[in-house]
Design a protein around this ligand. Structure first.
Ligand code: PEP
Ligand code: MN
Length: 274
């Protein structure tokens, strides 16, 4: 059963990157306390130029599965290839609690062989969902093509969902400019649930809040349909290894983001699951 079939709100909150065991466990606990079920954090960070690129899938998979077990949450993370997906699935397979995992294919990952490998790794593993982020450039065919590649590799369509994170170059103050019209076309043409990622669209906390409000307004008017929001929240954003400027602290979430996210969720009429 997919997240959608289970009626699970597809909000995904948590830090950009998994940086330490403590940070991962704390993120899981803080998210759960506020009613979120899916907790994001990347163990591999594709970078524009060489620099710290994540803790790596072997260590990261241990931290994420530990948080899943302790906090009873669903971990979500980016995978680059079939090996990454297998390591994540194997780590989760060992936990005693309920097994459920969200993987996503990032914007920079447009190699069809890797997309197919990921499809093959999740084939028949019905407790894994796979999100497909839009490519860096506004190319609808490549975004939809990734769906076909993952299915060609062996994934079932039920396991898939889309993530709109905006396109390069940015513009209008955004790091990656959203294209709501294309988002809707892709959602309709693929028949897959759509998650919006205002963090990577906005690039700054101020802009993230504005985009969430914009989605809320558009959804109320029936102009877009989004099943969840992916939002970066870090225990201490000032120390974050990546994407400092767009991550909220949990305090800032409570003060500035909670109302907007709850209002969005209400417009969507899905329950907050605990
Ligand atoms: C991320 O989700 O942290 C990320 C790097 O996203 P994207 O692939 O959209 O740049
Ligand atoms: Mn990020």
């Amino acid at each position: 059963m997919s997240l959608r079939e289970l009626g699970i709100t597809m909000d995904m909150v948590g830090p950009c990157a998994a940086e330490s065991r403590e940070q991962v466990l704390q993120s899981g606990a803080e998210a759960k306390k506020r009613g979120f079920l899916i907790v994001r954090s990347s163990v591999i960070k594709p970078r524009t130029r060489p620099s710290w690129d994540g803790i790596g899938v072997e260590i990261g998979a241990r931290w994420l599965s530990e948080s899943a077990e302790i906090n009873n949450i669903i971990p979500a993370t980016e995978v680059i290839d079939g090996h990454d997906a297998e390591v994540m699935i194997n780590a989760m397979d060992k936990i005693r609690g309920k097994k459920r995992l969200v993987l996503w294919i990032g914007s920079r990952n447009q190699v069809h062989k890797l997309q197919q490998e990921i499809g093959s790794a999740v084939s028949g593993v019905d407790w894994v969902d796979v999100g497909i982020k839009n490519p860096m450039g506004a190319d609808k065919e490549h975004w939809l093509g990734a769906v076909d590649h993952v299915i060609h590799g062996g994934a079932s369509k039920d396991q898939l969902f889309m993530i709109h994170r905006g396109f390069k170059p940015g513009g209008r103050g955004c790091r990656n400019l959203p294209n709501w019209k294309m988002m809707e076309e892709v959602r309709k043409e693929s028949g897959l649930p759509m998650v919006a990622d205002p963090s990577h669209m906005g690039g700054s906390r101020e802009k993230v809040m504005r985009i969430i409000n914009q989605i809320w307004r558009m959804q109320n008017k029936g102009l877009v349909r989004v099943e969840g929001l992916m939002v970066e929240i870090h225990p201490t954003p000032e120390d974050a290894a990546t994407d400092k400027g767009q991550q909220f602290s949990w305090n800032l979430y409570d003060q500035k983001l909670k109302k907007g996210m709850e209002r969005w969720r209400e417009s969507h009429r899905l329950p907050i699951l605990v």
